[in-house]
Design a protein around this ligand. Structure first.
Ligand SMILES: NC(=O)C1=CN([C@@H]2O[C@H](COP(=O)(O)OP(=O)(O)OC[C@H]3O[C@@H](n4cnc5c(N)ncnc54)[C@H](O)[C@@H]3O)[C@@H](O)[C@H]2O)[C@@H](O)CC1
Ligand SMILES: Nc1ncnc2c1ncn2[C@@H]1O[C@H](COP(=O)(O)OP(=O)(O)O)[C@@H](O)[C@H]1O
Length: 290
C-alpha cells in the first residue's frame, strides 16, 4: 500500500461526507457456500493487560460479532477471553489484520510487539497504548483515538491543531500516513491525502449518546480489525471505508442495544453493543440493497 505524507503544517482543504448504510453495504459481504473460516478473514488481537484484561475480552467479542471467520488472541488475558469466547484461538500468527493497544499502556504495547507489527505489511488497528508508538507507520495503519488521545498524538508528533476537527483529523492523517478514526458523538474518519488534494473526511453521527460508556471503544477496535480482515483492503481509501463501516455498525448496534425491550432508549454496557453487532450487520447486508 503506497503511503502519502502531506505537510503537517499545511491546512488542508477538507470535504466532510456523511457515511451511510449504502456505503457500508458496499464494503460488507455475506458468507457464501464457497467460504471457509480463513476466507472469511482472520483477525488477531494483542490487547489487554494485567491492569485492563477486560479490554481484551471486549475487543475479541467485537471482532467475532462483526463477522470474522477466525479470531486469534495473544496476550495477558487469555483465560478471561477463553472463558467468554472459547471459539478464540490463542496460537498462531497468520492474520489478515491485527488490533493492538486497547487496555494497554505504551510499555504494555511495546512489550506486545507493536513496533514489529507496525514494521510489517499486515494492516494494524492501533488503539489506546499503541497510538503514540505510531510515528510514520509502514504497515497500513488505522489509529482510533478519542479526543484526549487525539490531542496527545498531535502533541507527541508536533502537529499543530486548529480546533476544527475535520481539518485536524485530515492533517494528522496526512502527517502520519495513517487512517485516523477520531471517536466522538460525531466520529470522523480520514485517509492520508496529498497536500495539494482536497481531503475527504467521512462522518458518522453516533445514533445514541448511551454509547458513551467504558469499553465501547475496545469493542470498536476489534470490529474495525474484523471488517479489515474480511475485506482485505487494497489501499488507504478502502482501509478508511472499512474503518467507517465498523463505526457505522457500532453506532447502529449501540442504538439497537439502547432500545432493546423498550421504545425509550436506556443505559447499555459495552458488551450489549457487541451482542447487537450481528443484527446491525444483517441490516446493512439487506438495507443497502433497498
Ligand atoms: N474494562 C476495561 O478493561 C476497559 C479498559 N479501558 C482501557 O483503559 C485505558 C485507558 O482508557 P482512557 O483513555 O479512557 O483513559 P482514562 O479514562 O484514564 O483517561 C485518560 C485521559 O484522557 C481523558 N479522556 C478520556 N476519555 C476522553 C474523551 N472521550 N475525550 C477527551 N478526553 C478523554 C481523561 O480525561 C484523562 O485525562 C485504555 O487502554 C482503554 O483501552 C477502557 O476502554 C475502559 C474499559
Ligand atoms: N456523547 C456521545 N454520543 C455518542 N457516542 C459517543 C459519545 N461519546 C463517546 N461516544 C462513543 O463511545 C465510544 C467511546 O470510546 P472510547 O473513548 O475509546 O472509550 P473506552 O476507552 O472506554 O472504550 C466511541 O465509539 C465514541 O464515538
Amino acid at each position: 500500500m503506497a503511503q502519502t505524507h502531506g505537510d503537517a503544517h499545511a491546512t488542508p482543504s477538507v470535504r466532510v461526507v456523511p457515511f451511510g448504510v449504502q456505503n457500508a453495504h458496499a464494503v460488507l459481504r455475506a458468507a457464501t457456500a464457497a467460504d471457509d473460516k480463513y476466507s472469511r478473514g482472520v483477525v488477531g488481537l494483542r490487547t489487554g493487560s494485567v491492569t485492563y484484561p477486560g479490554a481484551a475480552v471486549l475487543g475479541v467479542e467485537g471482532a467475532w460479532r462483526a463477522g470474522a471467520g477466525l479470531v486469534r488472541y495473544r496476550g495477558d488475558a487469555s483465560a478471561l477471553v477463553l472463558a467468554r469466547r472459547p471459539e478464540t484461538v490463542t496460537t498462531g500468527e497468520r492474520c489478515d489484520a491485527w488490533v493492538i493497544g486497547s487496555g494497554q499502556t505504551i510499555a504494555d504495547a511495546e512489550a506486545a510487539g507493536t513496533t514489529e507489527l507496525l514494521a510489517g505489511s499486515v494492516p494494524v488497528v492501533a488503539d489506546a497504548g499503541a497510538l503514540e508508538l505510531v510515528a510514520v507507520p509502514h504497515a497500513p495503519t488505522v489509529m482510533t483515538p478519542h479526543a484526549g488521545e487525539f490531542a496527545r498524538v498531535a502533541r507527541a508528533n508536533e502537529i499543530g491543531l486548529t480546533g476544527d476537527n475535520a481539518v485536524d483529523v485530515a492533517t494528522v492523517s496526512a502527517a502520519l500516513g495513517a487512517v485516523i478514526v477520531l471517536k466522538r458523538s460525531r466520529t470522523l474518519v480520514a485517509a492520508p491525502h496529498r497536500a495539494d488534494d482536497q481531503a475527504e473526511v467521512w462522518s458518522i453521527t453516533v445514533e445514541t449518546p448511551w454509547l458513551s460508556t467504558a469499553g465501547t471503544g475496545d469493542v470498536l477496535a476489534g470490529m474495525i480489525g474484523s471488517v479489515i480482515a474480511q475485506r482485505r483492503p487494497a489501499g488507504f481509501d478502502e482501509l478508511a471505508l472499512c474503518a467507517a463501516t465498523a463505526v457505522f455498525l457500532h453506532s447502529r448496534a449501540g442504538a439497537l442495544a439502547a432500545t432493546h425491550g423498550s421504545v425509550t432508549p436506556h443505559p447499555i454496557v459495552a458488551m450489549d453493543v457487541a451482542e447487537m453487532v450481528p443484527l446491525a450487520v444483517a441490516e446493512v447486508l439487506c438495507g443497502g440493497a433497498e
